[in-house]
Design a protein. Structure first.
Length: 127
């Protein structure tokens, strides 16, 4: 995944060289077949631009944020705040340290779109 939101920079390389502090997220990231999840997302979720004309965030990293939200019991604003503060969340989501991160309203709209498309529960059941 190499796009505007996930292109890795020097800081990402340095973090990758250190021992990872969140073994749970690293194990989960390796355990789950993300290709199958991404394939299901891309079948129905086709948003490429945000409401204001900027490129939309990729669907798989956004779905990973919903997983973090559920696992850690975070509200949308809570996830936004935690995402801006925890490197392990940024890494798990597939974002770069120098990329822009979705805000709480973007996270909410993504979840609502998945609900409208009938993908939200289906993807969680798949996991």
């Amino acid at each position: 995944m190499t796009d505007k939101f996930t292109t890795m920079g020097f800081a990402d390389y340095l973090i990758e060289q250190r021992k990872h502090s969140n073994a749970f997220l690293d194990k989960i990231d390796q355990f789950i077949d993300w290709k199958n999840i991404e394939k299901q997302l891309k079948k129905k979720y086709r948003k490429t631009m945000s409401a204001d004309g900027r490129p939309a965030y990729p669907c798989l990293p956004m779905f990973k944020l919903l997983l973090l939200q559920r696992w850690y019991g975070l509200s949308d604003p809570g996830l936004e705040e935690t995402l801006s503060d925890r490197i392990s969340f940024i890494r798990f989501g597939g974002f770069s340290l120098n990329s822009s991160l979705p805000d709480h309203s973007t996270i909410c709209r993504f979840r609502n779109t998945l609900l409208e498309l009938g993908l939200y529960e289906k993807l969680f059941e798949e996991l």
